[in-house]
Design a binder for this molecule. Structure first.
Ligand SMILES: [Cu+2]
Length: 674
């Protein structure tokens, strides 16, 4: 602490003498967060994205109240909103629905967008997005960067502990009619070390079949190349069309949490948009979108001892899964000015295919098993929302959405025959009231009904195993989950501060719960569940360019059918940060605190996780179009575990095996903008 205050004092003196303050980025942020963002939404600002040493978007948005993530390796962080994860939330990139191919979720949707592509991340907490199917517990809306006016470019290079490299180059041109952007990103990392000085791959006993081979334990953790191009054209002054394409190739991604690692993960993402504005006094905007994406994923255990338990056995691997998923979709929407209010409505459609083939040695003799049996999901939806100012201090917004979903397995497995199908009809709706009795005070009430259909894995996955090993089976009889949620929010803000508080309660009918059917079978069941929680956030600008930030997040989930806690719920978490920032130079010290999680699902043998505190420090300096950032995370080299970052059977790589979080790590970033 003393060291920090010495640095801080030096910084204040140095900055006060040498550089005049010219930008007030953090103050702008306070204004946006306090006065412009709706109570149920949060965002990651451009500044936070620029400063963040995060390897991916999932890791970066952990800084938002109410958001955490599940980690299975050094990258591929999977966001969790409050207690909602996986298909209980939507993660969309420029409105594009993208899914991971891996049945063990090595590649969550957020993995398929490079952090360097990202301009803004908006998080909607609760069932308040009606423009997309399935935003039952919330939505993460990623907006990618657009070209700036004229010729421009951005170069960024981060180098850090364990040879971590985040490098990106973006070139763009923005004209009156035509604009274009070209980007490239390269990411690489060695295997991180935990606070105990051991590699995160070095967590297995000397006899575990899942331990890494000696030549793989310290191989690199991942290597990812991403390239993207975006071309825009304005046919008229009030219309625009653009086409964007991204290709991502991730190689050799280690997942010490699981029994296999990824050989590759290849993504294609194509997105076309057209919009026309100000058509008439009533017809304000019409938007059209079509997209296509495809992910191919191959994983096996060739880096683990299980692949070749004895030198006598010659085989490349003992298990492998070859998976792919593809989505094609389209949307049409319109904005109308009706009376004093505004109407937004539209229709959307998507088709998703998911196929995963599994091969295993031993009893299965490398027979190909239809793990996910070539499943097609078709979804058609229609939605409308109306926002109306009831009085100068009171706004009301309400809407409704209907969805038709058809699911069909083209192949069969030991669980279902080929041609098995099911369908769902769902209605989502919400009503939101914002009341501002005095300037600077906003009160919010949200009532929402959100739905989501069971996904192909929960319905039809089949991973048979010879007992005593555990089989993993889908449940073809699953129903859609319905979330009835109430949100209360309060925001108190001024020129130099904001304080926000929110409280939610969620009643979940037919929540899809993973459970033990018997000691040798695990599957999914519909249960009655509830979740509640609260978040507190604040940012304050003090004199002498000093800023304080604090956040607190809590969620509790209960399986009302069994009276047990829900599994994988993040524990109580808080953050406090002090920052000196004069617009040219900044220094920030942050303390992250997490309480132990003892609300665990004993039915899945979920274990409690202890509490922890870590300290991060960063510095930054801007000189003309150059910026430099340097930081150290987990300064005191704490050895700790995140409750969400390990999984249970049949996904877990061993009984009692937990993967620790990263130990002390340094990074240096240089950016150049022209
Ligand atoms: Cu995988």
């Amino acid at each position: 602490m003393n060291l920090f205050f010495t640095i801080l004092t030096c910084a204040v003196v140095f900055a006060g003498v040498v550089v005049p303050s010219f930008a007030e980025t953090v103050l702008d942020e306070i204004t946006v967060r306090g006065q412009q963002e709706p109570a149920q939404e949060e965002s990651l600002t451009v500044r936070e994205i620029r400063e963040s040493p995060a390897r991916d978007m999932g890791e970066a948005i952990k800084s938002i109240e109410g958001v955490s993530c599940v980690r299975k390796g050094a990258i591929a962080n999977d966001p969790v909103i409050r207690g909602f994860q996986k298909d209980n939330i939507n993660v969309l990139v420029d409105g594009v629905r993208i899914h991971g191919a891996c049945p063990s979720r090595m590649d969550p949707p957020s993995f398929h967008v490079d952090f360097a592509e990202v301009e803004k991340v908006r998080v909607v907490k609760g069932p308040y997005d009606l423009a997309n199917p399935g935003s039952m517990g919330g939505m993460i809306d990623v907006t990618t960067r657009k070209p700036r006016q004229g010729w421009g470019g951005d170069l960024a290079l981060t180098y850090g502990s364990w040879d971590t490299i985040n490098a990106s180059a973006i070139g763009s041109y923005g004209g009156d009619r035509l604009d274009a952007l070209l980007g490239y990103a390269y990411k690489y990392s060695g295997v991180p070390e935990a606070g105990n000085g051991k590699l995160i791959t070095d967590v297995y006993s000397a006899t575990s079949p899942n331990r890494y081979r000696s030549n793989a334990v310290d191989s690199h953790a991942y290597e990812i190349n991403t390239g993207w191009v975006k071309v825009g054209f304005k046919p008229t002054a009030n219309s625009r069309t653009d086409l964007a394409y991204t290709y991502q190739d991730a190689d050799h991604v280690l997942y010490p949490y699981l029994k296999m690692d990824a050989d590759y993960d290849r993504t294609n993402r194509l997105n076309w948009n057209y919009s026309i504005k100000d058509i008439s006094a009533t017809l304000r905007e019409v938007k059209l979108q079509t997209y296509w994406d495809r992910v191919g994923h191959l994983m096996d255990d060739r880096l683990r001892m299980s692949s070749n338990p004895t030198p006598a056995i010659k085989r490349p691997y003992s298990m492998q899964t070859d998976a792919r998923t593809e989505v094609i979709g389209g949307k049409a929407s319109t904005t109308l000015k009706l009376g004093q209010g505004e109407f937004n409505g539209g229709v959307d459609y998507y088709n998703r295919n998911w196929d995963a083939l599994n091969q295993r040695a031993g009893y299965f003799a490398y027979r190909t098993l239809n793990m996910i049996p070539d499943v097609y999901v078709d979804n058609f939806g229609i939605h409308g929302e109306y926002e109306y100012p009831l009085a100068s201090m009171l706004r009301i917004k309400g809407g409704i959405r209907g969805d038709f979903t058809w699911v069909k397995a083209d192949h069969g497995n030991t669980l279902v025959p080929a041609g098995t199908n099911t369908d769902f009809q769902n209605v989502s709706a919400n009503l939101q009231l914002t009341y501002a009795p005095v300037k600077g005070l906003d009160l919010y009430l949200g009532l929402g009904r959100g739905t989501r259909t069971p996904d192909p894995e929960e319905l039809y996955i089949d991973v048979p195993a010879a007992a005593p090993a555990v089989s993993w089976k889908g449940n073809p009889a699953l129903k859609s989950t319905v979330n009835h949620q109430a949100d209360l929010g309060m925001k108190f803000s001024g020129e130099r501060f904001y304080l926000s508080a929110s409280l939610f309660y969620s009643d979940l009918t037919d929540y899809v719960n993973f459970y033990s059917v018997s000691s040798t079978v695990k599957s999914y069941q519909n249960i009655h569940a509830s979740m509640w929680g609260a978040e507190l956030g604040s940012q304050i600008a003090l004199p002498l360019d000093i800023y304080l930030k604090g956040a607190l997040t809590y969620t509790e989930g209960e399986n009302l059918s069994s009276g047990r806690p829900l599994s994988e719920i993040p524990p109580l978490r808080g953050m406090v940060a002090i920052r000196y920032d004069n617009g040219v130079f900044f220094a920030e010290l942050a303390e992250n605190l997490t309480r132990e999680q003892d609300l665990v699902d004993s039915g899945l043998n979920e274990q409690r996780t202890g509490g922890w505190a870590t300290t991060d420090f960063k510095l930054g300096y801007s000189f003309r179009t150059f910026s430099f950032f340097a930081g150290v995370n987990n300064i005191f080299d704490k050895y700790y575990f995140s409750h969400l970052s390990y999984l249970r059977d049949p996904f877990a790589s061993g009984v009692g095996v937990k993967i620790p979080e990263n130990g002390r790590n340094f990074y240096l970033t240089a950016t150049y903008r022209f």
